[in-house]
Structures are given as structure tokens and as C-alpha cells.
Design a binder for this molecule. Structure first.
Ligand code: NAD
Length: 521
């Protein structure tokens, strides 16, 4: 393994094209243009035109049409997995099972469920029970999607298909670090359009470029932005969307804790933490980075994870035996190294791993760590795992919640019910019990961050509805002969008195409460 020079895809300066090199070999992979605000606006205009016919189809028709794209992706799964692995540096098995497989499942899930999820919903009314209210879902129009480099297929293209199910058109701005896979997805989309006339190539636009291209998406006239990336950029996107008064969904970073109780199953916990910390070289927003473990189990668990980490094979990500590939984004290595150095300087002990070899950051386990150090507060997005021994569950919960982020949390407990009780007290969008990181692969569940980890959600029925304008319609269902409602004009002391009596009788602890008590409510 050789140390690789910084490639131009790591540059933040403005050159007219993105030049993409393989993180693992340094080989030139391809180029993509840097698009300016006018080009982004033109892409949005094309998407909007195509959306008119797409949005007019029934949800069922859209679901059946989108199948053609799922077929293309599944048929080209090997090709796509290799492309993700080559551009991003993750092992090819992870590219297949983390990017392509969950994407196909997400499509199949919403194909069968979107018609029901987006069907009009009746609201049962309370005081105004003579009325009938219902909600109906209307596509928003064009959805701008700004993606990160760690899941270069499943995140931006997964967000795009959800937007398409909802009847929108999409403009994807992939990360400048991994734009080629998005272009490959677009080529498959165009292929699918040839097989399925209800799909239109312009429903999926790709705009490549760096931050300025992403910023241009927010001001291009899109009707909503779905952003996945870092907290600082997410805040800029939120401000830009606020100025446009358009909604945004923000999926941001995490510094995700695991709590391990004394009765946890040692083998399952060790394997889960190993995978949860080191999959994709720790470059997962849901990676486990800090483990608060019951003191009596601490050494046994740490030693087992260290033993397992020692058996992980790192190298050429395209080799199917490889378990850890190369770091995708060169500057991320320096961030990880700085956090590692800080931990060592404070007295943390390196149990395995340590200094990266070029782009290859070995799985690194540290103990003797104290809560409050940088490694427990800052996202390293590297294969760094810290063990912190604690004396009781209350301390573990306090430490786990002592963070400005709240994306994921994990509990490992012998008693799953006790694990769930602990999970309910953790400030995270999702807490998994005796499992690790893969809930993004369950499309029916919400993927969401609390605190600085984000706003809104993707996936789930609610995530799909959020991609629509949910409009409210109210009609009269009975008493249609009444020429006016009781509270319309004219006002008078008599009407005022009647309402006053009603308020007291209904809600003042009198008749209504007696009736409710009588029926046991
Ligand atoms: P990043 O914030 O640097 O970039 C994300 C995207 O934003 C890129 O496409 C970039 O070009 C674009 N961008 C940059 N400046 C912009 C601006 N001013 N306006 C609009 N867009 C702009 O993030 P990254 O380094 O690509 O991704 C890593 C981060 O993403 C980590 O913090 C990770 O935790 C987070 N992440 C979160 C989730 C989640 O679901 N919560 C998933 C994956 C990654």
C-alpha cells in the first residue's frame, strides 16, 4: 500500500471540471463538469417541464412505471457495486449490500405501498362534526437533492426515487468527490426510459460540481431540498432554503454512542460493534464511535473487539475478500489522525491500529478513554473506536446524551426489554438494540436526526408524504340545509350567552365530564 498524493477531487478551489481518481490506487477514473448557477437553473426548468405529465399520473401508475428503473439497477448490480467501490474505496461487498441492495428493496417497498400511503386521508372531526375533512397529497414539483460521498448511490438516488414516487421531478447534485456513480445512475435511468414510455429522461437531472453548484440548487427555484452531509453545510442549506421559503430535509452528522450493560451477549456485542465501527472505514454517519460499557465487562469486550479487528483484511476494495478499503476523502484522514493524536495525548491507549498507511486507515481501538475528550464529542468519520468503562447505566445514559448530535444510538443488553427501556431515554433519531447501523436499510422506518444531526426525515410513510404538499379539503357532510353556521353574523348578546352556556356545560367539568366518566373515559 502506498501513500497517494492528494487528488484534484479533494480540492476546494475552482477549476472547470472535477477530476476523479480511485482512492485505493490513485488511477484516473474520469471527469465531470463543474456546473454554474445558469446550468443548474436550466436543469430545473427541464425537470419542471417533465414533471407536469409525471405528476398527473396516478400514484399506482407511477409505481408501475418506476419498476423499469428498479429492474435496470438490479440487472446491473455487479457493475454498479464495482463502480461504487472503485470511486468511493469501500469493499465491493459493502457497495453491493449497503448501496445497491437496500436501494432495490426501497423501490420494491414503496412500489407496493405508495398508493395507500399517498391516498386521501379522512380526518375525524371533533366539534365541527357536521363537516367532512380530508387530506390529499400533491407533488411539490422539483426536488433538489444534495448528496455526500459516503453512500454515493443509495443516498442521492434513493432520495430521488422517493421524490419520484411522490410525483416530483428531481435534480441531483452528487458530491464532488464521487460524481461518476450518479452519472452512471442517470445512464441507467435513461435506459429505463427507453423501456417504459411513462418515464421521461428529464425527470432525473444530474448537476455536477462543488459547493457553489450545491448552493445554486437551493436558489434555483426547486420546491424542496433534501440535503445529506455535514452539519456546517447543512446549516448553510437551511439558511438558503429559509430565504426561498422552501422546506428542506437535513440528514447530518453524528457521534453515535453505544451502551453495553453487564449482561450483554459478549460475542454478538463484539461482532456488532466491530462492524458498526469499521464498515466503510468508519465513514458512516451512523458509525459507532464511543462505547460506554459496564466496567465488569469492559476488558473482555475490548479484548474481543481488538482480536476481531486484528483479523480484518484491508486492501484493494474490489477484491471480494477485502473487509476494509481505502478512505474516500483525503482530508478526512487528517481529521481522524488529529482526533487520534488528541486521545493519545490525553492518556488514551491504542489497543490496535493507529497511524494510517497512505489512504488506508487501519481499524483502531482505544481504551482508557474518558468521556468529554474530543473523541467522544467530534465526528471523526474514520475507523476510530473508543471504549469508556462506566459504573452504572445512569452514567452511560448521561454520557450518551451529552452531545450536540443525536443521529443514532445503540444499546447492547442481555434483556432486550431492558435494552428498549434504555433506548427510549436516548436522544437519537433511531436507537437500535443489539444491532448496528443498518436501519437505513429498512425503508419503512424513519431515518432522521435529532439536535444538530438534522431536520425532518427520509424513508417511512411520513418521509414519502413530506415530499408532497399535503392539502386539506373540507366539505359539509350533514346539516347541508342550514343556511348559515351558528357563529356567523349577526352577533348579539343572546348568541353570546348561548355560547357561554355551551362552553361551561361542555368543558367546565359539568355535563360532558359526567358523561365521559359514565362511559369510562
Ligand atoms: P459536505 O457537507 O462537505 O458536502 C455534502 C454536499 O454538500 C456535497 O455535495 C457538497 O458539494 C455540497 N455543498 C457544499 N457546500 C454547499 C453549500 N454551500 N450549499 C449547498 N451544498 C453544498 O459533506 P460530506 O463530506 O460530503 O459528507 C460527510 C458528512 O455527511 C458527514 O458529516 C456525515 O455524517 C454526513 N452524512 C449524514 C448522513 C445522514 O443520513 N444523516 C448520511 C451520510 C453522510
Amino acid at each position: 500500500m502506498v501513500a497517494l498524493a492528494q487528488t484534484s477531487n479533494d480540492a476546494t478551489g475552482f477549476i472547470d471540471k472535477l477530476v476523479i481518481h480511485s482512492p485505493s490506487t490513485g488511477d484516473l477514473l474520469g471527469e465531470a463538469p463543474v456546473m454554474d448557477a445558469d446550468e443548474v437553473k436550466a436543469a430545473v426548468a427541464r425537470a419542471r417541464k417533465a414533471q407536469a405529465a409525471w405528476g398527473a399520473l396516478s400514484v399506482k401508475e407511477r409505481c408501475s412505471a418506476l419498476r423499469a428503473f428498479r429492474h435496470k439497477v438490479a440487472q446491473h448490480a455487479d457493475d454498479l457495486a464495482r463502480a461504487v467501490s472503485t470511486e468511493n474505496g469501500k469493499p465491493v461487498q459493502e457497495a453491493l449490500t449497503h448501496d445497491i441492495l437496500p436501494f432495490c428493496d426501497l423501490m420494491a417497498y414503496f412500489e407496493s405501498r405508495a398508493p395507500k400511503i399517498l391516498a386521501p386521508q379522512t380526518i375525524s372531526l371533533h366539534l365541527m362534526m357536521q363537516r367532512r375533512s380530508y387530506l390529499h397529497c400533491i407533488p411539490r414539483g422539483v426536488i433538489g437533492i444534495i448528496g455526500p460521498w459516503n453512500f454515493p448511490f443509495s443516498i442521492p438516488v434513493g432520495d430521488a426515487v422517493m421524490a419520484l414516487f411522490a410525483g416530483n421531478a428531481t435534480v441531483i447534485k452528487p458530491s464532488e468527490v464521487t460524481p461518476l456513480i450518479a452519472l452512471k445512475a442517470k445512464a441507467l435511468w435513461d435506459e429505463a426510459c427507453k423501456d417504459e414510455p411513462r418515464l421521461h429522461p428529464d425527470l432525473m437531472q444530474i448537476v455536477t460540481g462543488r459547493g457553489l453548484t450545491g448552493a445554486a440548487v437551493c436558489t434555483s427555484g426547486v420546491n424542496q431540498v433534501m440535503f445529506t452531509g455535514s452539519v456546517p453545510t447543512g446549516k448553510k442549506v437551511a439558511v438558503a432554503c429559509a430565504e426561498q421559503l422552501i422546506p428542506c430535509v437535513l440528514e447530518l452528522g453524528g457521534i453515535n454512542p453505544a451502551i453495553v450493560t453487564a449482561d450483554a451477549d459478549l460475542e454478538r456485542t463484539a461482532h456488532a460493534i466491530l462492524w458498526g465501527a469499521f464498515a466503510n472505514s468508519g465513514q458512516v454517519c451512523a458509525s459507532i464511535s464511543r462505547v460506554y460499557v459496564a466496567r465488569p465487562l469492559a476488558e473482555k469486550l475490548t479484548a474481543r473487539v481488538v482480536e476481531l479487528a486484528g483479523g480484518l483484511v484491508q486492501g484493494d476494495p474490489l477484491d471480494p475478500d477485502i473487509e476494509l478499503g481505502a478512505m474516500t476523502f483525503l482530508p478526512q484522514i487528517a481529521i481522524g489522525e488529529a482526533i487520534l493524536a488528541d486521545t493519545i495525548a490525553q492518556g488514551g491507549r491504542v489497543r490496535c491500529g493507529g497511524t494510517p498507511n497512505g489512504r488506508f486507515f487501519p481499524p483502531t481501538v482505544l481504551d482508557n478513554v474518558e468521556h468529554g475528550w474530543k473523541i467522544t464529542q467530534d465526528e471523526s468519520f474514520s475507523p476510530l473506536l473508543a471504549f469508556i468503562a462506566v459504573d452504572d447505566v445512569e452514567t452511560a445514559i448521561r454520557y450518551a446524551n451529552d452531545s450536540d448530535k443525536g443521529l443514532m444510538a445503540y444499546v447492547f443488553a442481555g434483556d432486550e426489554e431492558q435494552g428498549a427501556r434504555i433506548a427510549e431515554r436516548l436522544e437519537a433519531g433511531t436507537t437500535m438494540v443489539n444491532n448496528a447501523i443498518d436501519s437505513h436499510g429498512a425503508p419503512g422506518t424513519p431515518w432522521q436526526g435529532m439536535k444538530q444531526s438534522g431536520l425532518g426525515q427520509v424513508h417511512s410513510a411520513q418521509g414519502l408524504r413530506d415530499l408532497c404538499q399535503v392539502r386539506h379539503v373540507q366539505t359539509r357532510s350533514w346539516l347541508p340545509w342550514m343556511s348559515k353556521e351558528l357563529w356567523w353574523y349577526p352577533y348579539s348578546p343572546k348568541v353570546y350567552g348561548a355560547f357561554l352556556k355551551g362552553v361551561k356545560a361542555l368543558w367546565g367539568g359539568g355535563v360532558l365530564d359526567r358523561v365521559l366518566r359514565a362511559v369510562g373515559k
